[in-house]
Design a protein around this ligand. Structure first.
Ligand SMILES: [Cu+2]
Length: 304
């Protein structure tokens, strides 16, 4: 019974705002609407929300519930309003600028409204560096991007936003250009910092750069009069091995999983003092030998 009664009252109000049976205060008709809070703090980031509530009073001064309030924004590119939830709405900041949010109710003498001013001004909250991880091999490069963002990580869309300045903690390991291009120099770790000052505030962000210690590493194999040293080696795919031929002419003939560049020397071998580097990109067991010296063999295990 009670439920049915409420529904019928709502229908009457919706159908005619001037009904004498309106809301919870029979006999009064909607006369005004007031938004609270009356002022909204400036939104400092985009995507920020604030709740507004509208209070409708009747022509007798009583607060009327169940009166439909219509919410609109003067500029949806500055702030948007959600569909009404009960007597309220949610305002969301969209872009920098100023606008007004308007609450309107229908009354017997026409629409009545109230407005609240909304200002959106992004505040510089952080520098954001992308990508999140930087792992490089020696001589590799990676472009970093540093954005000045608000508290919700939206890039500042304001006049005069400067570019962040990049620096490195260790230019011998990883150097960085003024525009954020990182160049790996040698194995190790470095920290790249991006710093910017705006709105009188300075923020910095850092990004750790790891220049790989295993991938792309250079290994050494030398020869004695009739052997390779070390005779066995374990490396990773992508590593290189530098063969230094000493003491006598030798060749290095690969029997399995050969390097990109192939054998070193032919049947007569290469003379002492020869230095040749080979690259092993494929994982597997590499076996090699010198055909000039019986039993002069070596092996390299190439791990993925
Ligand atoms: Cu040999």
């Amino acid at each position: 019974m009670n439920k049915i009664g409420v529904i019928s009252i709502s229908l009457v109000v919706a159908a005619c705002g001037g009904s004498d049976d309106g809301g919870t205060t029979p006999g009064e008709r909607a006369a005004s609407v007031t938004i609270s809070p009356a002022t909204v703090a400036t939104f400092a980031s985009l995507g920020q929300t604030a709740g507004l509530t509208g209070q409708v009073r009747g022509d007798g001064g009583s607060v009327l519930n169940n009166v439909t309030i219509s919410w609109t924004t003067l500029s949806a590119s500055v702030a948007s309003v959600s569909a009404a939830t009960g007597s309220g709405t949610t305002v969301t900041s969209v872009g920098n600028g100023n606008t007004k949010i308007i609450a309107t109710v229908a009354t017997p003498s026409g629409a009545r409204s109230d407005t609240v001013d909304v200002a959106v001004q992004q505040a510089f909250a952080a520098v954001l560096i992308t990508p999140a991880t930087v792992n490089l091999q020696a001589n590799g490069t990676q472009q970093l991007t540093a954005s000045l963002v608000d508290a919700r990580n939206t890039a500042l869309a304001l006049p005069g936003v400067p570019a962040a300045a990049f620096s490195t903690s260790n230019s011998a390991v990883a150097d960085v250009s003024a525009t954020g291009l990182v160049t790996a120099k040698t194995n190790g770790n470095a920290v790249i910092t991006a710093s910017a000052t705006f709105q009188g505030i300075t923020h910095t962000a850092t990004r750790s750069v790891v220049v790989a210690t295993s991938v792309g590493q250079l290994h050494e194999v030398t020869t004695t009069a009739a052997s390779f040293s070390p005779a066995s080696l374990t490396i990773r795919a992508g590593d290189r091995v530098r063969f230094t031929i000493a003491a006598a002419p030798h060749n290095v003939l690969f029997d399995s999983n050969p390097p990109v560049e192939g054998d070193i020397g032919g049947a007569g071998g290469v003379p002492p003092g020869t230095v040749e580097t080979r690259t092993f990109n494929a994982a597997g067991a590499t076996n090699y030998h010198c055909s000039i010296h019986n039993g002069m063999t070596g092996s390299i295990t190439v791990n993925p």
